[in-house]
Ligand binder design. Sequence first.
Ligand code: ZN
Length: 260
Amino acid sequence: MRVLVLSDIHANLTALETVLAHAEKTKFLGETGFQQVWCLGDVVGYGPDPNECVARLRTLGDDLLCVAGNHDWAVLDKLPVDDFNPEARRAVLWTREQLTPASRAFLEELPDEPLVRGDFTITHASPRHPIWEYIIHPATARENFAFFDTPYCLIGHTHVPVIFLCRQETQSGESKNVCRALAPLYDKALGLAGEHRLILNPGSVGQPRDSDPRAAYAMLDTEQAIWHYRRVPYPYELTQARMRTANLPYRLIARLAYGW
Ligand code: ZN
């Protein structure tokens, strides 16, 4: 099955539409299109289009698989807003006021436990703490391999595309569980299978934080275990203009142009 993997849309409809259109028309393993969309959480928060992003995802119907993120929970008051920095908190409170009953119902139904589909575990933050934990360093990734059983786990949350590879290695005659971080490759598809397990982060659609403002996503062939990182420019000025109209915090508007 061909899957479009996306995460951290953060109510940025312009970025979401750009990614969906790009994934639809760009060839992956010789063909265009995809059968499913796997969304790794944080559909809302930060951006100006929470209802529009939910509505767009709902048009995917049964082809969509989506888990809850910390911002999705915060706007539903399932997490205290005091846990967020001041700008994020303002965006959460603004989003709460905007949400329609239909959007709220969609977010309420998002599972907060990891989902398993074949060889893939799907979660927002980490398999150990699906809503909150940040897997930034290989040491954190290594601990998390004990919390899922499949060869691969897909996560979002950090807004940084990365693959954590973990395997047994013999060093100085001693067998050790070694984990390292691999930077994304955009120019070719990657076979995932090997004597290792992987945690993969596609990066963020609506608010990238790796100094690259282009929207990030990945294509996945689940049978062949082939993964392809993608980046696509989108007109972030349009998103910024709607954020200004909504009076969202300046820092959240500014960061979209730089990817921080
Ligand atoms: Zn996020």
